[in-house]
Design a protein around this ligand. Structure first.
Ligand code: SF4
Length: 245
C-alpha cells in the first residue's frame, strides 16, 4: 500500500486482526514516516547498537477479543519502532505495562520485546498512527491516512469492546473520530485525565475514557503519577466488566 486509497481498500479487506496486522506491517502510505522509521533503524541509539530494529509500522498487541481498547499516539523511535510491539522498550511502556500489571490486566510487569511472554487479558493496545513520527508529531495527513487502519481495527473488536481508553489528547481526538465513523453518538466531552464519555453505538454503549499519556514529559514532571494511571486503568477495568488476572 503506497497511497491512502490503497490503505482504505486494504483495511476494508481485512477480516481478522491477523489480516489487519499483517497488512499494516506492509503499509508505505506515509513516505516521511516510512523514511524516519528506516533511518532510525539504520542509525540506532548507542545503547541498542547491537540490536536489529523493527523499523516499520507497528501493529496492535493484545487480546483478540478485548473488552478494553487502549489507543496511544504512535510508536516511539527507539521503543516500539525498535521492538515491533506497541509501548514496548521505552519508559512510557514501562509505565503503562507496570500499571496494567498492577490492576490485573497484564501477566508481566514489564514489556521488553516480542518474545518476553507478556500477555494482556481483555486488553488490546493500538495507536492512532502506526509508524514512529519525527518529534512524536504526525501531520494531519498522516493521522488521516492511518485512521483507515484504526477504523477497521475498531470494527474487528467492537463486538466485545466496552471501553476505549485514549492516552493523551491526540489519541482522544482520534478515538472520537473512530467512534463517530462507526456511527457512534458522541456527547461533547473535553479531554482530561479521567474524562469519560458514554458513546451510543446502536443498542449499546461504549465508554470513552481519557488518560494523560505516560510520556516522560508527563511522568517526570509529576503531571501523571503511578497512582493516577493505576486509578484510571482500574476504572476502565471496572467499566468493562473485566476480571483481574
Ligand atoms: S502511519 Fe499508518 S498509514 Fe502511514 S505508513 Fe504508517 S501504517 Fe501506513
Amino acid at each position: 500500500m503506497s497511497t491512502v486509497d490503497e490503505v482504505s481498500q486494504a483495511a476494508g479487506r481485512a477480516r481478522t486482526l491477523a489480516d489487519l496486522d499483517s497488512a499494516i506491517c506492509r503499509c508505505l502510505a506515509c513516505p516521511r514516516l516510512v523514511d524516519w522509521c528506516r533511518q532510525t533503524a539504520r542509525e540506532r541509539r548507542a545503547a541498542y547498537r547491537d540490536q536489529e530494529y523493527w523499523g516499520g509500522p507497528v501493529p496492535g498487541f493484545g487480546d483478540e477479543h478485548p473488552s478494553i481498547l487502549i489507543i496511544g499516539l504512535a510508536p516511539a523511535a527507539h521503543g516500539a519502532n525498535r521492538t515491533g510491539r506497541m509501548f514496548t522498550g521505552d519508559r512510557s511502556g514501562d509505565w503503562l505495562f507496570g500499571a496494567l500489571h498492577r490492576v490485573g490486566l497484564a501477566a508481566l510487569p514489564t514489556s521488553v520485546d516480542r518474545s518476553d511472554g507478556q500477555q494482556l487479558r481483555g486488553v488490546r493496545i493500538t495507536a492512532a498512527v502506526h509508524c514512529a513520527p519525527p518529534g512524536n508529531t504526525p501531520t494531519p495527513q498522516e493521522f488521516a491516512a492511518c485512521a483507515h487502519w484504526l477504523q477497521q481495527e475498531w470494527s474487528l473488536v467492537a463486538s466485545t469492546t466496552r471501553v476505549v481508553l485514549a492516552l493523551g489528547g491526540l489519541a482522544w481526538t482520534a478515538s472520537l473520530k473512530m467512534l463517530r465513523a462507526a456511527g457512534g453518538q458522541v456527547p461533547k466531552t473535553r479531554f482530561g485525565h479521567g474524562a469519560q464519555a458514554a458513546v451510543r453505538l446502536g443498542d449499546r454503549t461504549v465508554t470513552l475514557v481519557g488518560s494523560y499519556h505516560p510520556s516522560q514529559q508527563n511522568t517526570f514532571t509529576g503531571r501523571l503519577t503511578e497512582h493516577m494511571l493505576d486509578t484510571v486503568l482500574a476504572r476502565a477495568r471496572e467499566l468493562s466488566g473485566q476480571q483481574p488476572l
